[in-house]
Design a protein around this ligand. Structure first.
Ligand SMILES: *Cc1c(COP(=O)(O)O)cnc(C)c1O
Length: 317
């Protein structure tokens, strides 16, 4: 248990939280947030560019439990029109999966607080070091420890952080009821990863920006590069205001966007393996599943990059 407590304390320090609950994957940590805080008849608003499995796996579960789920676009300001008297929770992810859309979290927090709606944020991109959702007004921050905290692609783990005692106690009750736990070995691996988090992320950020800038010069092949630290990325102003750095994720949309050519591109890369997860030590690339990209309303306004599509996600050490 000492190892678990040390890991909880390390994540609490990163997130600026009083309470940290560990879960065997981040998806289970995300589900814990919804199950702990929502009851039949409640309504939850989810950012539409959220990590795909939230939509594919968690939404059907919530629907079956009598919770209604709606989506809103991060770019459209606070979701005034989508809120109902039953809305209890707003769930966001910033920057979002694949396209790195950044949401104005302080503004959304003020909006939610006024209506007594809880605000939860997926902080996997920022890893607790580049972004601190709790300090910016979120009530709950969730992280995939699997990614940058673990840092070596040998761990599946999630963490839920909160500071308000009433929220923490609801999360703890559901955490215990579901019997969520991690092994001491896995807690150790996460702790060991955290020791090098700052130096790894600094290098990831430098590498990603260099590759992103190079890809921007390849105008014949690349229609758009997605990386919030690029000054001409739409996410740049909010990223610069609210984040202390960038990580190693870069996405591109190929100009000739058939799936087959996108796969051929990824297969031909010599320094990048073909793989889906990120935050580890090797460079990986994958073709984003078209369904995941189409779900972004942000993307709908930006065809031809999104459309049918071949936005290839490139992941860097
Ligand atoms: C990978 C990821 C998750 C899920 O992490 P697992 O530990 O693999 O379940 C959740 N949110 C985001 C943004 C992710 O990238």
């Amino acid at each position: 248990m000492a190892t678990h407590r040390a890991l909880e304390a390390a994540i609490a320090a990163l997130e600026g939280a009083n309470t940290v609950l560990l879960a065997p994957s981040s998806l289970s940590a995300v589900s814990l947030v919804f199950i702990a805080l929502l009851s039949p008849g409640d309504h939850v608003l989810v950012q539409d560019s959220v990590y795909g499995p939230v939509r594919e796996r968690v939404e059907p579960l919530l629907t079956r439990l009598g919770v209604s789920v709606d989506y809103f676009s991060a770019g459209g300001g606070p979701p005034t029109a989508s809120v109902t008297p039953q809305t209890r929770l707003i769930y966001v992810e910033s920057p979002s999966s694949f396209l790195y859309e950044v949401i104005d979290l302080p503004a959304l927090s003020a909006f939610a607080r006024e209506r007594r709606i809880l605000l939860a944020a997926d902080n996997t991109w920022g890893a607790g070091l580049l972004y601190r959702p709790l300090a910016l007004g979120a009530d709950i921050s969730v992280q995939a420890v699997t990614k940058y905290l673990g840092g070596h692609s040998d761990l599946l783990q999630g963490a839920v952080s909160a500071s308000d005692p009433a929220i923490a106690s609801r999360l703890r009750d559901a955490h215990e009821a579901l019997g969520l736990s991690v092994s001491a070995d896995d807690a150790y691996l996460a702790l060991r990863g955290i020791r090098t988090l700052a130096v790894r992320l600094a290098q990831h950020g430098r590498n990603a920006l260099e590759v992103a800038r190079y890809l921007q010069t390849e105008r014949n092949a690349v229609a758009r590069v997605f990386h919030p630290a690029l000054p001409d990325d739409p996410a740049y102003p909010l990223w610069q205001r609210d984040f202390t750095g960038a990580n190693g994720l870069v996405s591109i949309a190929l100009r000739h966007a058939e799936q087959a050519s996108a796969h051929a591109f990824v297969d031909a890369l010599r320094l990048f393996g073909n793989g889906a997860s990120w935050g580890g030590y090797e460079s990986l690339a994958m073709v984003a599943p078209p369904s995941r990209i189409r779900e972004h309303s942000y993307c709908a306004g930006m065809s031809p990059w999104c459309g049918s599509t071949s936005a290839s996600k490139i992941l860097l050490i």
